[in-house]
Design a binder for this molecule. Structure first.
Ligand code: GLV
Ligand code: MN
Ligand code: MN
Length: 416
């Protein structure tokens, strides 16, 4: 058996084979506009998991599924005493998601395994490929919940009890697709983790670079909110007597936007869902339920945004005679990735002649929780116009292959 390690190897992944897996799996939940709708623990999620399970078994890997449904595919190393080097990301998507967010990191990891198999290369440490459950948090909030439970930062009972819009609990949905695994969560430890992902922002494209070496990630707060006003007749109630929940909500939404702008350019705040009740055109809305999330890479700024958003809610309550309740369901402080793993990514990119730069991730990733367990960092590749969480999300075959080559080289260097 040939033995090669990261330094000096000319080994490359098979770009066509990687691309064909992206095209093939994109059909599972594929949308007419060319994106993917594959919400966590949906039937589409089950189908792509079944595809993944078959693919890793075909590649000769051992597959374990933990009690949160995360899938761990292991390729043995020469030294079974060593903890594995992990790769991976997620196969669930947004409701109008693209073909690359998360998918690339998992399928590139599979391609790394296939490349090593084809070249007959055995690493010192085992390698592990992870498909984390529910990274997106689109159906069950919060996101990154399986890596969160894995890391010990998120409580498993809390995760299992989260419900979707139809009131279905995460645990029941996991059982329904048959992916509540037998392994205790957190049992499969790794020595390091590398997550490849599309940038989901415009920086690499603008700089004309191939690779982002992600050294940090924004902190975020996710909340569920409710404005309570008073229902009344839309024709007979003078404007001066109203406590219109929707108008108060509109003022709050703009206030949250203003807070993010004050903490710009890195501060962001988003209200992705808002529903007014009783949803009748001639009743003044008495209630609005909404989601709120805000992010910043600096802890001090994140805390200041927290305080400013709460103050805006109190001000609008006073001005409009409504109640604004904000229940924080999740907070993840800003993350600093491991300097050693980042350096390994930088070396791999340089050896491949690829242009790279350090950067901060605005999006959340399972690597944020992995980083609390073991040395972790991320590789970014460009995506067209920086667009993501959109069916038009697009990276080229060459961009994906470059990222997968950097992933291959980085894990070879780490695994020996
Ligand atoms: C995941 O996509 C997130 O950043 O919310
Ligand atoms: Mn993602
Ligand atoms: Mn995403």
């Amino acid at each position: 058996m040939a033995t090669q390690t990261g330094g000096g190897t000319n080994l490359r992944i098979d770009s066509d084979r990687l691309w064909s897996t992206i095209v093939e799996t994109a059909a599972i939940g594929g949308t007419p506009k060319g994106g993917i709708c594959r919400l966590a623990l949906s039937d589409e999620d089950r189908r792509v998991r079944d595809w993944f399970a078959a693919a890793v078994r075909d590649a000769g890997l051992e597959l374990a599924v933990d009690a949160m449904g995360s899938m761990f595919a292991i390729r043995p190393g020469r030294d079974p005493a060593r903890a594995p080097i992990a790769m991976g990301s997620h196969l669930d998507t947004q409701p109008t998601g693209g073909k690359f967010d998360g998918v690339l990191g998992v399928l590139a990891g599979l391609e790394v395994m296939r490349t090593l198999n084809a070249a007959g290369i055995e690493t010192e440490a085992p390698l592990m490929l992870i498909n984390w459950t529910n990274e997106e948090g689109a159906r069950f909030a919060p996101g990154m919940v399986a890596s969160g439970v894995y890391s010990g930062e998120v409580d498993m009972d809390f995760a299992m009890a989260r419900t979707d819009r139809d009131g279905i609990a995460f645990g029941d949905a996991l059982d329904a697709i048959g992916y509540r695994g037998s392994e205790p969560v957190g049992r499969r430890r790794f020595a390091a983790m590398v997550e490849l992902h599309i940038e989901q922002g415009p920086i690499l494209e603008a700089d004309g670079l191939d690779i982002g070496i992600v050294t940090a990630g924004k902190g975020s707060v996710w909340a569920d909110g409710r404005v309570t006003g008073r229902e009344c007749h839309a024709g007979s109630t003078p404007m001066s007597l109203r406590h219109d929940a929707l108008c108060a909500f509109a003022a709050f939404a703009l206030a949250a936007e203003a807070v993010a702008r004050e903490h710009g350019p890195d501060g962001v705040a988003t209200i992705g869902v808002a529903e007014a009740f009783p949803a009748s055109r001639n009743t003044v809305p008495g209630e609005v339920r909404f989601t709120l999330e805000y992010r910043h890479p600096d802890l001090g700024h994140l805390d200041a945004m927290d305080a400013a958003i709460a103050a805006a809610a109190r001000r609008i309550e006073g001005e409009r005679g409504v109640a604004i309740d904000i229940e924080k369901i999740w907070r993840k402080d800003p993350v600093a990735f491991d300097a050693g793993v980042s350096a390994a990514i930088g070396r791999a990119a340089a050896e491949l002649g690829l242009g790279s730069r350090p950067m901060t991730s605005g999006a959340g990733h399972d690597a944020f929780f992995a980083a609390t367990v073991a040395p972790t960092a991320m590789i970014f590749v460009p995506c067209k116009d920086g667009i993501s969480h959109n069916e038009a999300e697009s990276s080229t075959q060459a961009e994906c292959a470059a990222g997968a080559d950097v992933l291959l080289r980085t894990v070879l260097a780490l695994a020996g």
